[in-house]
Design a protein around this ligand. Sequence first.
Ligand code: FAD
Length: 324
Amino acid sequence: MTVALKRWAEVREVEAADAPPRRRSPLGPVARAAETAGGRLNVSFEFFPPKSDEGEAVLWAAIRRLEPLSPSFVSVTYGAGGSTRERTHRTVGRILHETKLRPAAHLTCVDASREEVDQVAADYWAAGVRHVVALRGDPPTGMGGVYQPRADGYANATELTRAIRAIAPFEVSVGVYPEKHPESPSLQHDIDVLKQKIDAGATRAISQFFFDTDAFLRFVEAARAAGVTIPIVPGIMPVTNFKGLRRMSGQCGAALPGWMETLFDGLDDDPETRRLIAGSVAAEMCAKLAEEGFREFHFYTLNRADLVYAICRVLGLRDRVAAA
Ligand SMILES: Cc1cc2nc3c(=O)[nH]c(=O)nc-3n(C[C@H](O)[C@H](O)[C@H](O)COP(=O)(O)OP(=O)(O)OC[C@H]3O[C@@H](n4cnc5c(N)ncnc54)[C@H](O)[C@@H]3O)c2cc1C
């Protein structure tokens, strides 16, 4: 050590001795996240393909607002039974050609032959898409709520993942359910299924949305204990339409905790207050997960940018690039 460096080390030692003892932060989780997070996070945004010109304008306003946050990817959903096939394709194509974003196309196997699904995946690869979110899909209403694989189709997301990877070296993300998939006998079964998907080529798991952050943390811990090493990314949905969510909560495997009922009670005709509550609930969840060490977040945007943009700011993200 040179004399100058030794002197510097001595000065630092004195400074450290003089520094007041570190106190436990009096701040809440959101303020702590703002103080500590900053720029080290990866986010992704999920959109659905619009049905009308008006919906298209809303979607693109959201994409343009979120684009400067430089997400790792943006994904576009695929309607039940491939009902949005053309619209998903068109939206993914526009993202690819008109923005600097990296699109991920959702693909499902419901009500389609293996050949049809393979063709969609091959078309995506040829168009320049490199990331697919591979899902089984939900049973269409005609199936009476029970999923029936087609004899000539893929039976589940594992088979779909394997097929997609055989077509081209896509990055493949898959779905997971921190509170158990509604058709699964147990969480352990879900974790076994996740391991099958990873063996088939999945490199990222994105969770169903949830409100019980501890349930998500327990799921990740159990998956890690079972040897899962790929990223398990929390799926965050700022919920503004609580009434609608209550209606569909059983189908998606996300429990609605009593405190959510209390928060939204009596607000059916007060969308502005619902939005404020939705933003603060999601921000608190994200801040807590950031404190637990999570550095990737997937946002179900429902094609609206404002709450997601605000939550990303809470997490320390700032505009990184000028919009294309
Ligand atoms: C991030 C995310 C994005 C989504 N995007 C879309 C979308 O764009 N379009 C859409 O229609 N739906 C979408 N969904 C919903 C999804 O299609 C449904 O939740 C569907 O019910 C399950 O899909 P999966 O890919 O998880 O299925 P799978 O992984 O195939 O699992 C479905 C059920 O079958 C069981 N299972 C799977 N493999 C086996 C096996 N080998 N043996 C025994 N049991 C097995 C599982 O335990 C589970 O209960 C999305 C879900 C998530 C989490």
